[in-house]
Ligand binder design. Sequence first.
Ligand code: PLP
Length: 308
Amino acid sequence: MLLPSNEWLAQAPLERLQLDWLSAANVEVAILRLDQIDPLISGNKWFKLVEHLNAADRAGAQGIISLGGAHSNHLHALAAAGKRLGFKTVGLLRGHAQETPTLKDLQAFGMHLHWLGYGGYRARHEPGFWLPWQAQYPTLHAVPEGGGGLSGALGCVALKAQANAQLSHLGWSDFHGWWLACGTGTTLAGLVLAEAGERPVYGALAVPGDHGVAPHVEAIIREAGLCMAHYELLDASRGGFAKVDPPLLGFIEQTEQVSGVPLEPVYTGKALLALRQQVEAGRFASGTRLIFVHTGGLQGQRGFAAAP
Ligand SMILES: *Cc1c(COP(=O)(O)O)cnc(C)c1O
């Protein structure tokens, strides 16, 4: 069993976010802290893994093999889960051996690492890519890059119930929508499936609009057989994935000081800044209540801050 049978489940705290630009518009926001689900495991990548772990259990596997880059939040969550829950993990890495804070953690968590180079990593979608790895690790279950697709989205459906269970702590009887950062759109798709057309889900894109997020979300919705979907994608990328600029960094620093909520510049910082712009543009009526999903990613920022 990769997942403990006694329903060990990471719970994300839901907290009020008090910021002057929210009170000025009389918009209320609560933040679902996926960065705080567990001392070792952090972020949306854990939720994206849950259904893959279930599939591995059904297949009788003893662990997981997957792939990612040298700052990968996905491999970090996977390795942390393996350490926390006691299953074997193997990571296939893009590029050539290097040292990053993420890689140090992966090794400390007991993940076995293989460097594929760049060409080798590009071959990851080719038929037959997994065959030699399956031969080398016959007891492991393979999970695609980032843990995306319908399986990844199904694990994120649980976010809705986690938020609902905590609404009364905030004195909220209900809320009007979700706001979160998107990379592939898998996490957003999970919330769209959970809401089934009820509340809108707003996705702040960390990648420029032409990166295939909308078709990926639509494919998940179709595969799940959902008829009612209510979501919207907005460009929050500020000129490119992982591109930063002084106003963004200033916004993050100021928000962290006022709210105590740590953010990183690739996903969560850009998503919250995009929300601010929409709120200030009058997008949301006075009295609107939103849940902002803190998707984590703080571990990857360590290497990011040090990068040239
Ligand atoms: C991976 C990641 C995302 C994007 O998640 P998708 O499901 O690919 O849209 C958002 N925020 C953080 C911090 C991430 O690590």
